[in-house]
Write a protein that binds this ligand. Structure first.
Ligand SMILES: Cc1cc2nc3c(=O)[nH]c(=O)nc-3n(C[C@H](O)[C@H](O)[C@H](O)COP(=O)(O)OP(=O)(O)OC[C@H]3O[C@@H](n4cnc5c(N)ncnc54)[C@H](O)[C@@H]3O)c2cc1C
Length: 297
């Protein structure tokens, strides 16, 4: 049977798809649940002249208040599940890191604990080579199955061009599945490690607030972006409904009614101050969707 493209909806707000909770409507939205549905959706989008972007948990995404002129795909069903195969963890591109961590732990597989406090999906992790505590996607990823309107194929870690918080994926390249190489480890040891990493996080980052994770990449040199912005006196600095986190200056919190424009205004001010006081051009880590730009410093 030939699988149909999943229906395209036109009523979905990015504010509902992003952890910061801002952003206007997607031109179209669909949730493919199988690889065949995903491939059909990509072809159907091309036939309609629609550009595509994928959203995972939206935990590293800032979308324009005016909306996004793309088909937004959110992977579901078998594209969001995970299973262990000997020492490999095989996950759909939409599988959350929490699900992957559980499957790995239940199978006695370690090496994914570093991702316990990264609230994203396998595909989102590949896109930006997500990482924490000295490890990242490039350290465990064997290969990723990438679907485009032109076809689907496996790419190795070296073909994905990983560097610090970067891969060479582009919008319209959808990670449908990944294979992680893990190592045998006692589930109790995994549980204990995750507990201590999560406690460290809670002590240093605003984990209970609506944010999109780190705003800026760490610049070269000793001083991280968070500490630099803290020394610029920006903790608690507010614009409209958004504020620079009083807990960690490289996070922006939605205080209830933030817009993307509010977040951008804070980012522009943070860049201006970092440039003025440290001569540094901070580069944003968060992915922009839609018509968004920051003024030059
Ligand atoms: C509280 C908090 C803590 C965080 N801590 C960390 C941290 O320690 N380290 C870190 O690296 N990040 C961190 N982040 C940022 C974020 O969680 C990670 O970047 C995560 O990997 C994003 O995954 P996602 O699925 O939510 O991607 P999204 O935010 O939905 O998307 C991000 C990018 O990935 C693309 N993408 C998503 N899914 C796919 C797919 N299947 N195929 C192709 N492209 C795709 C999107 O198009 C977009 O360009 C944190 C965020 C929050 C809110």
């Amino acid at each position: 049977m030939i699988s149909a493209a999943p229906p395209f909806r036109e009523d979905v707000l990015l504010a509902r798809l992003t952890t910061i909770g801002t952003g206007g409507p997607a031109r179209a939205y669909a949730e493919p649940a199988t690889l065949a549905e995903l491939e059909r959706a990509l072809v159907a989008a091309r036939e309609r002249g629609l550009a595509v972007a994928t959203v995972g948990l939206g935990s590293n995404m800032l979308a324009a208040d005016t909306g996004v002129e793309r088909l937004l795909l959110r992977l579901n069903g078998e594209l969001a599940s995970a299973r262990a195969e000997r020492t490999l963890l095989v996950a759909g591109g939409g599988a959350t890191n929490a699900v992957c961590l559980h499957r790995a732990r239940d199978a006695g597989l370690g090496g994914f604990e570093f991702a316990c406090a990264i609230p994203g999906t396998a595909g989102g992790g590949v896109w930006m080579n997500a990482g924490a505590y000295g490890s990242d996607w490039s350290a465990i990823l064997v290969r990723a199955l990438v679907a485009t309107a032109d076809g689907t194929g496996w790419l190795t870690a070296s073909e994905l061009g990983f560097s610090y918080r970067h891969s060479n994926l582009e919008h319209g390249h959808v990670v449908a599945a990944v294979e992680y190489q893990l190592v045998e480890r006692d589930p109790q040891e995994i549980r204990a490690k995750v507990k201590s990493l999560v406690e460290r996080r809670k002590a240093t980052q605003p984990t209970t607030k609506r944010t999109f994770g780190s705003v800026f990449k760490n610049p070269e040199g000793e001083l991280g972006a968070g500490r630099m912005l803290e020394l610029c006196g920006l903790k608690g600095y507010r614009h409209g409904g958004a504020l620079i986190s009083p807990m960690h200056a490289n996070f922006i919190e939605n205080a209830g009614d933030a817009t993307t424009a509010d977040c951008l205004a804070l980012m522009a001010e943070a860049r201006r101050r970092a440039h003025l006081e440290y001569g540094v051009e901070l580069e944003h880590e968060v992915v922009f969707l839609g018509d968004l730009t920051l003024p030059a410093t």
